[in-house]
Design a binder for this molecule. Structure first.
Ligand SMILES: [Zn+2]
Ligand SMILES: [Zn+2]
Length: 379
């Protein structure tokens, strides 16, 4: 390989650096260029600006063999960090509260090792994905023509998971993480004097019915696991003199089945439309941040479990899918593979919490698991 290889890569230092300077989804320009620079220091040549700030690097053997794609995400969240540690976020109102800094550094550690010890056969693709939190990054990357000829045989990724023993592997075959979508329903009527509400058209009764419908939706769709969370409601403005003329209702809908989610969407749309009509309101419905269900291939799941066993990592098989969503589901619609979790510690702060910080001890564990998996697939 090239002479400028970085033999002094310090994964924890790099992780802390990324943590200090987080960037929101679709704005990860600096993070992408830091990852690129690091790959170049390893003597690797990444392809950059794939579907936005995405990038990937291929490490090939001369011998024919399978193609394995490993994916990490690198965007942060609009949350203010409360921790006081030395690597706390320097970007106000933005933090790596989901551990994507750790996922990225785990994959860079794999890149460093493979740059020195390439696979004996086939090809390993290390893919760094932006904009996971808003469900856009995977789709944007997959649309890029440069992704078309990659055709991986297997795709793998991991997410850290608080509430489970540090380094334990949580994985199941079939649906691993739910499909989800956000909905914003805007109802427009006419404001009026609060003393003469009959002169206006208040959206309040329609809002009450829609809220009730959202609450009852999971019971009505019991063919699949489903969950509806009302996240925001606004009716009119604060003021005792005016009856409201506008309302917003926002909710998140989840299901372990893509078709069930579609069914729920249609029913909600029809119900809201009927309410708008009967109360003579204008209605607009926006669907935001759609995620497909993440479905794990049984053979790929088995490979991860066997690899974990060979490393003496405890394996936990959940009976139900994770309620959250992950846009790794998009890659898993293109090729068989698996998303698994690595426990972040039983008492570790939850994902998306302001006191969360990725546990550094997972970097070595994750990269070892990936490298062992690659050894098994590529020799
Ligand atoms: Zn997240
Ligand atoms: Zn995440």
């Amino acid at each position: 390989m090239t002479a400028n290889r970085d033999t002094h890569f310090d994964p924890i230092r790099f992780r802390h650096h990324l943590h200090r300077y987080p960037e929101l989804s679709l704005n990860e320009q600096k993070t992408a260029s830091e990852i690129t620079d690091q790959l170049l220091k390893f003597g690797l040549t990444p392809k950059t600006n794939i579907g936005g700030h995405g990038l990937l690097v291929e490490i090939k053997s001369r011998n024919p063999g399978p193609t394995t794609l490993l994916r990490a995400d690198f965007d942060a969240l609009p949350i203010s960090e409360t921790a006081q540690h030395d690597h706390a976020s320097r970007h106000h109102g933005c933090m790596h509260a989901c551990g994507h800094d750790g996922h990225t550094v785990s994959l860079l550690t794999v890149a460093n090792r493979l740059s020195q010890h390439p696979p004996a056969s086939g090809r390993v693709i290390l893919l760094f994905q932006p904009a996971e939190e808003i469900g856009q990054g995977a789709k944007m990357m997959l649309k890029d023509p440069r992704m078309q000829d990659l055709q991986p045989d297997y795709v793998f990724a991991y997410h850290n998971l608080p509430g489970h023993p540090l380094g334990s592997v949580v994985i199941k075959s079939g649906v691993f993480a739910c499909a989800s979508i956000g909905v914003k329903i805007t109802l427009t009527g006419k404001t009026s004097h609060a003393a003469k509400p009959e002169k206006g058209r208040s959206p309040a009764p329609a809002v009450a019915r829609i809220m009730d419908y959202l609450h009852q939706m999971p019971e009505a769709f019991e063919e699949a696991f489903s969950l509806v969370t009302l996240v925001h409601v606004k009716v009119g403005n604060e003021g005792f003199g005016t009856a409201p003329g506008r309302a917003d209702v926002m909710a998140t809908i989840r299901s372990d089945d893509n078709y069930a989610l579609e069914h729920m969407k249609k029913s909600l749309q029809n119900f809201a439309k009927k309410q708008a009509e009967s109360y003579q309101l204008g209605m607009n419905i926006d669907w935001i941040e759609p995620f497909s269900a993440t479905v794990n291939d049984p053979i790929a799941t088995d490979m991860v479990i066997k690899t974990a066993n060979s490393l003496n990592y405890p394996v936990i098989t959940p009976t139900e899918p994770m309620r959250w969503s992950e846009d790794m589901g998009e890659f898993l619609q293109q090729a068989p593979g698996a998303l698994f979790c690595l426990g972040s510690g039983v008492d570790h702060p939850e994902l998306h919490n302001p006191d969360y910080d990725f546990p550094d001890a997972l970097i070595g564990r994750a990269s070892r698991l990936f490298l062992t998996l690659i050894k098994q697939l590529h020799g």
